[in-house]
Design a protein around this ligand. Structure first.
Ligand SMILES: Cc1cc2nc3c(=O)[nH]c(=O)nc-3n(C[C@H](O)[C@H](O)[C@H](O)COP(=O)(O)OP(=O)(O)OC[C@H]3O[C@@H](n4cnc5c(N)ncnc54)[C@H](O)[C@@H]3O)c2cc1C
Length: 508
């Protein structure tokens, strides 16, 4: 097929996560507004849409969807909020299913004691107890969050949006002072007291990014405190990306891995892909390519080399353990008397005086980043009749059977303590699902970010992860590259009107 239309273009995002689906969604919108014919093909090596927004079903029952990956977004995440509304999805408060059986919903554990606990799930600010312990620090932090989020939101609008250089856009929005320093330095420079920083803000950077304040940069530390209006999508956050892709009318090729890209002299790109069930490669040519996810994990060979090759950077190793049990978390494990209830969400921090510097393996004495009680499940229709609790653990290592037994207060001497959760009796752990993720980069302070255009016709969304790593920012970057791409066609169109010719010619 030969396409000679001025703006007609074939485009393929690699990856059906937030970045790829929003690139397709935006491109379709821009094309529709201008009556431009565009064909969009999306390649996804997994069997499902969503990327790191992945939902699994507790007890394999669709009535109990649980986020294995990205779990919440917030009210200032306008791309996700607006798309949820436009796609007709139901949005829930992030903790809507959480059992409210204990007085304190959040406790912050330092490995030997709860240094602070509070009863309000996702908003840090309206709690008297917070001010009593930390003085002005919460107010100062709130102000800092407001100012930083306000500067970040400038990237959503002209003249900042679309941005061909994230580094330049971040500089123009006055955000580099926050990315250039560690969270600890940035908070100190803004007069936020170190007790509040360690006990509250660091608990948040640890649960959200598996990193301490001495390591993670200031901007991402502040993002962790912007939790107002935390929500998730009924049935799973992946539905936003599924809806966006469907609305883009893309040809979605699941179970298909892109293995190579050859950049042709005419600016088009030939890609090789392989269905997960076939042995033979397929080859197709496209006008534009969007690599929508971290290039370093995509296993794509690119010839000739890119003009801008993204650096390989360290990503966090995060073990997510979902499991169900008829037992509540044991107060004994947390040094409390047997009648008390431990908080439904246990966040962690480092004990006072423990300096792990900018150590990437900085979990410290707690050994885990967080333990959350997500919901209850009524199993009365199955063989047993109990109510079961569904828990989520974030940890840098796979939790052992001994650890799970200890937090559930089990005294089974026959259990191999170094074994895995599957070694525990089904009457104690009735369902589980484990996954090791590389969920986000180690967010070292930095002032430059990867390019959006890696070579002519090869776009990249993954550079935004070192700046802010969330579903929203990947969605923003997807929209950004789609808009830049569209503008480049318009520019070429103008050139074409003056005799330079169209670049949207593709042989398939
Ligand atoms: C446990 C966990 C908790 C998190 N919590 C939150 C949270 O609460 N809120 C939040 O906003 N964010 C959270 N995040 C981060 C968030 O999930 C990511 O920032 C975001 O989803 C990234 O989207 P993306 O599209 O850039 O990348 P991805 O979601 O990784 O999508 C890339 C896609 O590309 C596909 N792909 C890669 N290579 C190829 C290839 N060669 N061929 C075909 N397909 C390919 C992959 O299979 C993948 O589906 C969390 C992440 C994890 C893992």
């Amino acid at each position: 097929m030969t396409k000679g239309n001025l703006h007609s273009s074939l485009n393929f995002p690699i990856g059906a996560g937030a970045g790829g689906s929003f690139a397709a969604y935006e491109l379709r919108k821009l094309a529709a507004e201008t009556n431009t014919p565009v064909e969009i093909t999306v390649y996804e090596r997994e069997s499902h849409v969503g990327g790191r927004s992945t939902t699994v079903n507790a007890f394999d029952d669709p009535a109990y969807p649980i986020e294995l990956g990205a779990s919440i977004f917030v009210q200032v995440n306008y791309n996700l909020v607006n798309a949820s509304r436009d796609l007709g999805l139901n949005v829930y408060s992030a903790d809507h299913a959480r059992p409210k059986e204990s007085d304190d919903s959040i406790g912050i554990w330092d490995g030997s004691q709860f240094v602070f606990s509070l009863s309000n799930g996702y908003s840090w600010w309206n709690i008297g107890r917070l001010f009593w312990r930390y003085g002005m620090a919460p107010l100062r932090t709130k102000k800092l969050v407001k100012g930083t989020v306000g500067r970040f939101l400038r990237l959503y609008q002209k003249p900042f949006f679309p941005f061909s250089s994230l580094s330049d856009a971040a500089a123009a929005a006055n955000l580099l002072d926050s990315t250039a320093s560690s969270g600890e330095q940035f908070l100190h420079a803004n007069d936020v007291d170190s007790l509040f920083a360690r006990e509250i803000i660091q608990a948040s950077t640890r649960v959200n990014y598996g990193q301490n304040l001495q390591l993670i940069h200031g901007l991402e530390s502040i993002v962790c405190m912007a939790t107002d209006g935390a929500v998730s999508i009924e049935g799973g956050n992946w539905r936003i990306f599924d809806g966006a892709l469907k609305a883009s009318a893309a040809d979605i090729r699941l179970n298909t891995t892109v293995t190579g890209i050859v950049r042709n002299e005419d600016g088009s790109a030939s890609l090789s892909s392989k269905s997960n069930t076939a042995t033979e490669q397929t080859h197709e040519t496209f006008d534009e390519v969007v690599i929508a996810g971290p290039l370093q994990y995509s296993d794509i060979s690119i010839q000739p080399s890119l003009e801008h090759t993204p650096d390989i950077i360290p990503y966090v190793n995060l073990h997510v353990t979902l499991f169900a049990s008829p037992h509540r978390i044991s107060p004994k494990y947390f040094g409390q008397d047997s009648n008390s209830q431990v908080p439904e969400t246990i966040l962690t921090t480092l004990p006072e005086g423990l300096d792990l510097g900018s150590n990437e393996a900085g979990v410290g004495p707690s050994g885990f980043w967080s333990i959350s009680t997500l919901r209850t499940v009524d199993r009365s229709e199955s063989e047993d009749t109990q109510q079961h609790y569904v828990y989520k653990i974030f940890s840098p290592e796979q939790p052992t059977a001994g650890f799970i037994a200890a937090i559930l207060g089990l005294n089974d001497e026959t259990v191999d303590k170094d074994g895995s959760i599957g070694d525990l009796s089904k009457s104690d752990v009735s369902w589980f699902h484990e996954k090791m993720w590389n969920p986000y980069p180690v967010l070292y302070p930095r002032v430059t970010f990867e390019e959006t255009l890696l070579a002519p016709g090869i776009w990249y969304t993954g550079g935004i992860e070192s700046f802010i790593s969330t579903m929203e920012t990947s969605a923003l970057m997807g929209r950004n590259v789609a808009t830049l791409m569209f503008q480049s066609w318009e520019k070429n169109g103008l050139k074409s009107d003056h005799g330079a010719g169209s670049r949207a010619k593709t042989e398939l």
